[in-house]
Design a protein around this ligand. Structure first.
Ligand SMILES: *Cc1c(COP(=O)(O)O)cnc(C)c1O
Length: 720
C-alpha cells in the first residue's frame, strides 16, 4: 500500500460503523489465527465467548450486539489497536510483492489445487485428526504468506474428529458434538443467481449430491465439500460427517467425494489449476475424473493419461505397506461400475491403475499405486522416508510397462508464525525486528543467536521460565476440569507440576508405533527419575487414539494408571482432548520434546519442529525429520541410525538409550547452574537448536521447495 492509500484507509475506518464491518470481515478470514494482536482483540471483546468457542472470532462477534460493538470501538485506545490490525490485514491482502512474485512468477497465473482429507487450520474448526492435517493447514498458511496461489479441497466434517474424555478407569471415550457453522467463518458457495451450488458424484447407481463451504485462510481459499443435503438418502447425508469415520464403504465414498467431487467443484467455479497436488492417497480418485474429462474431449487413452500425469503431483506419508488405503476389486466394481463404463474401460484396465501387478486378479486396489501411476512426480516427507518409500515401491518402478512417478523427498516443516505464543512472538520481535517473520527461512537471520551480546543467556532463560509457567497454569486449569468431572475436584492443584522442574512434553496421536509408554518400560528406573527432589523432572502427555484402535487406547490407559500412582501424581500428567491449542501450550512450555517412534515408521513428524522457536530441545529417535535435523549439538538422539530388525529387541534397546541419555546428559545439563542459577550449557544447546532448526524446518522453506521442484511447469521440474 502506498502512504496515501494507507492514510485513506485509516480515515475510512474512523467511522465505527465501517470499522465494525471491517472487523467482521477480518473475523471471517483465518488469517487472524496467526496474528496475535488480532486474537487479543477478539479475546478482549468477550473472554467468555472466546474460551467457550475454543477461540472462534466469529462466535465472539456473534455474542455482541452491533450497538455494543460500535460502542466498544468508540474507546480510543481500543479502536487504535483495532485500526492497527485492520491495516496490517488490508496490507497483507493487497500486497503485490511476495516471495512468489520474486522467485516463481510463472506460477502466479494459475493456482495449485491442494487436496487433503484433513486440514488443521485452527482449534475452533476441528476437521483434522493429526499430523497430516496439521501439515496441510500449515502448507496452506505458508502458501498464503509467500503469495503462492493455492486452492484447498477437503470435506466439511460436521462432527469433526471427536472430543476425547478419559473415564475414571482410564479408557478413552469419544464424543461427537456437532459443529455450529454459524460460529465458524464458512460461507456456502452460491451460484450467480444466489442459490446454493449443488453438484454430484456417481456412487454405484446413485447420484450423490454435495455442496461446498468456502473458508478464507489469508489469500488461500479452502473448499469443504458436504453431502448433508435433503436430496440425499440418509446414509449419504452422513457421508462427510466424521474424519475417517465409518467402514471401508464410507471410506471409498468419502474419497470419491473429495477426489472426483473436488475436481467438479473447481470446474464449476472456473478454476483451472496448473497442478493438482494429492496430499496422501485419499484424493487419488481425482486422477480418474481428470482422465474422464480428457476422454470426453475425444483425447485417446494414452494421451489422456499423459495429460493427467503432467498435471498431478503426489505426496506419500505412509512408510508401512499396511497403512495404505486398499479396496477390494469387488467393492471397486460395485461403486465404480457405472463410472468405469463411462470411461470405456474394462474391469482389468480400470483396476490396473491401482495394482502393482495388473495380472494378479486377487490384488487389491491401492490408492498409493493409483497416485504413483498418475502423477508426474512424487515425494516422501523426509530424506529417510523418501528412501523407505522408494524401497517399498521398487517393484512398481522396475516394471517398464507404465510410467511411474519417481519418488523424491521434501522434508516437512511447520508454520512458525501460527505456532508461536505471545511471549515468544514478543521475544523475537524485540531481537530481530518487526519484519523477521517474513525472513525466517533465511539462515543469515539466525546468526544473531550465537551472539551473547545481542541475546543474553538471561533473556533466553527468562523466556523459558515464562513459557514453562504458562504451561503449568494451563495444565492446572485443565486438570481441575478433568478431576471435577469425575468427582475428584478436591485434589490439590498447586501440587500439579512445578515451574522449576525440567518439563518434558509428549503429545501426538496415540498410534502404537509412537510408543508413548516407552519411558515407563522399567518402572523402577522411571520412579527414580521422577522422584529426585534435587533434580525435579515432570512429564506432560496428551493425545488421542483412533476410535477403532484398542491398542492405542490401552496405551492411554497405561499412562493414565501411572498418573494416578503416588510416585507420579502431579509429576506425570495427561491432558485430555489434544488439539492445536493444547499442542501450542505444550510445545512452548516444554523444555524437552520427547519422541519415541519405532523407526522408520515416523515418516516425518512435525511436533518436535514446533519447539525450537520457543527454546525447547528435542530428545528423539533418529527417525523422520530428526534424523536429518540432529547434528550432535542441537538436542539428543535415542538409539542409533539403524532401522530395527526385530521390533521387540528395538523397544528394549531404545528404552535403555532413553534412560541413559536422560540420566547422564539431559537432566544433569539442565540442573548444571552457575552462581546466578543459569544453566549455561543448556542455553548453549538452545542457541544451537534455534540457529540450525528454525530456518530449515518451517513451511515457508517447504512450500518454496514444492513450488520450485514440483509445481512449476514441467520444464522447470527436477526429476527424481
Ligand atoms: C503437530 C501436531 C501433530 C503432529 O505430531 P507428530 O509429531 O507428527 O506426531 C498432531 N496433532 C496435533 C494437534 C499437532 O499439533
Amino acid at each position: 500500500m502506498r502512504t496515501e492509500e494507507r492514510i485513506q484507509y485509516l480515515n475510512k475506518i474512523k467511522s465505527p460503523a465501517i470499522m465494525t464491518e471491517e472487523l467482521r470481515q477480518m473475523s471471517r478470514n483465518l488469517w487472524w489465527t496467526w496474528n496475535r494482536e488480532a486474537q487479543e482483540i477478539f479475546a478482549n471483546l468477550s473472554p467468555l465467548a472466546w474460551t467457550a468457542s475454543n477461540h472462534s472470532a466469529v462466535a465472539v462477534l456473534n455474542s455482541l450486539s452491533s450497538t455494543e460493538l460500535k460502542a466498544r470501538l468508540m474507546e480510543k485506545a481500543f479502536s487504535e489497536r483495532v485500526a492497527d490490525v485492520l491495516l496490517v490485514f488490508r496490507e497483507y491482502l493487497t500486497r503485490d510483492r511476495t516471495w512468489c512474485s520474486a522467485h516463481a512468477a510463472p506460477f502466479l497465473k494459475s493456482p495449485v489445487a491442494y487436496f487433503s482429507a484433513e486440514f488443521a487450520i485452527h482449534e475452533s474448526l476441528p476437521i483434522y485428526s493429526g499430523g497430516l492435517g496439521v501439515l496441510a493447514g500449515d502448507h496452506a498458511k505458508s502458501a498464503s504468506d509467500l503469495g503462492v496461489p493455492l486452492v484447498g479441497i477437503s470435506l466439511f466434517y460436521r462432527q469433526g474428529y471427536f472430543q476425547q474424555q478419559i473415564a475414571p478407569h482410564g479408557w478413552q471415550e469419544e464424543h461427537y458434538p456437532l459443529l455450529d457453522r454459524n460460529e465458524l467463518p464458512v460461507d456456502l458457495v452460491l451460484q450467480e443467481d444466489g442459490s446454493p451450488l449443488v453438484l454430484s458424484v456417481e456412487l454405484q447407481h446413485t447420484q450423490v449430491k454435495f455442496q461446498a463451504w468456502r473458508l478464507n485462510v489469508g489469500s488461500t481459499v479452502l473448499y469443504l465439500l458436504d453431502t448433508e443435503l435433503m436430496e440425499n438418502e440418509d446414509h449419504y447425508r452422513d457421508l462427510t460427517s466424521r474424519v475417517y469415520g465409518g467402514d471401508t464403504a464410507t471410506r471409498v465414498a468419502q474419497e470419491i467425494v473429495i477426489g472426483i467431487g473436488g475436481v467438479r467443484l473447481l470446474r464449476a467455479l472456473n478454476i483451472a489449476p496448473a497442478v493438482f497436488h494429492m496430499n496422501e492417497g485419499h484424493s487419488a480418485f481425482l486422477t480418474f475424473e481428470l482422465l474422464r474429462e480428457q476422454l470426453g474431449k475425444g483425447v485417446a487413452l494414452k494421451a489422456a493419461e499423459e495429460w493427467v500425469r503432467d498435471h498431478c503431483v503426489f505426496t506419500t506419508h505412509t512408510p508401512v505397506p499396511a497403512g495404505h488405503d486398499r479396496f477390494s476389486p469387488d467393492h471397486m466394481e460395485y461403486v465404480f461400475g457405472k463410472f468405469r463404463t463411462r470411461l470405456n474401460l474394462d474391469v482389468y484396465q480400470f483396476l490396473s491403475y491401482g495394482r502393482v501387478n495388473p495380472d494378479d486378479s486377487q490384488e487389491t486396489f491401492c490408492m498409493t499405486v493409483l497416485a504413483l501411476k498418475m502423477a508426474r512426480a512424487a515425494n516422501g516427507v523426509s530424506e529417510l522416508h523418501g528412501e523407505v518409500s522408494r524401497k517399498m515401491w521398487r517393484s512398481l518402478h522396475t516394471q517398464k510397462t507404465t510410467p511411474v512417478a519417481p519418488i523424491g523427498h521434501i522434508t516437512n516443516g511447520i508454520h512458525v508464525r501460527g505456532w508461536m505464543t505471545r511471549p515468544t512472538q514478543r521475544f523475537w520481535k524485540a531481537h530481530l525486528g518487526a519484519d523477521w517473520e517474513t525472513r525466517l527461512m533465511y539462515p543469515d537471520l539466525w546468526k544473531i543467536i550465537s551472539d551473547r551480546d545481542l541475546i543474553s543467556d538471561e533473556e533466553i532463560w527468562a523466556l523459558r521460565y515464562w513459557l514453562r509457567r504458562e504451561l503449568v497454569e494451563f495444565a492446572r486449569k485443565r486438570l481441575r476440569g478433568q478431576f471435577t468431572r469425575i468427582g475428584e475436584g478436591s485434589k490439590v492443584f498447586e501440587k500439579i507440576l512445578s515451574p522449576d522442574a525440567l518439563t518434558i512434553g509428549f503429545a501426538r496421536r496415540f498410534a502404537t508405533y509412537k510408543r508413548a509408554p516407552l519411558i515407563f518400560s522399567d518402572l523402577s528406573r522411571a520412579i527414580a527419575i521422577f522422584n529426585d527432589a534435587k533434580l525435579p523432572v515432570q512429564l506432560v502427555f496428551s493425545g488421542k487414539a483412533h476410535p477403532r484402535d484398542d491398542r492405542g487406547k490401552e496405551f492411554i490407559q497405561r499412562i493414565h494408571e501411572i498418573t494416578r500412582r503416588n510416585e507420579f501424581f502431579g509429576k506425570v500428567i495427561f491432558i485430555e482432548n489434544y488439539d492445536i491449542h493444547v499442542a501450542r501450550c505444550l510445545v512452548s512450555g516444554s523444555d524437552v520434546w520427547l519422541n519415541t517412534p519405532r523407526r522408520p515408521l515416523e515418516a516425518s513428524g512435525t511436533s518436535g519442529q514446533k519447539v525450537s522457536v520457543h527454546g525447547g530441545l528435542n530428545l528423539s529417535v533418529l527417525d523422520g525429520w530428526w534424523r536429518e535435523g540432529f547434528d550432535g549439538t542441537n538436542g539428543w538422539s535415542i538409539g542409533n541410525d539403524h532401522s530395527p530388525e526385530d521390533p521387540e529387541g528395538q523397544d528394549a534397546a531404545d528404552a535403555e538409550s532413553l534412560y541413559e541419555t536422560l540420566t547422564e546428559s539431559v537432566i544433569p545439563l539442565f540442573f548444571d547452574r552457575d552462581e546466578h542459577g543459569i544453566p549455561r550449557g543448556w542455553i548453549e544447546k538452545i542457541r544451537r537448536a534455534m540457529q540450525t532448526l528454525i530456518p530449515q524446518y518451517n513451511t515457508d522453506r517447504m512450500v518454496a521447495e514444492y513450488v520450485t521442484k514440483y509445481y512449476l511447469p514441467k520444464k522447470h521440474v527436477l526429476r527424481g
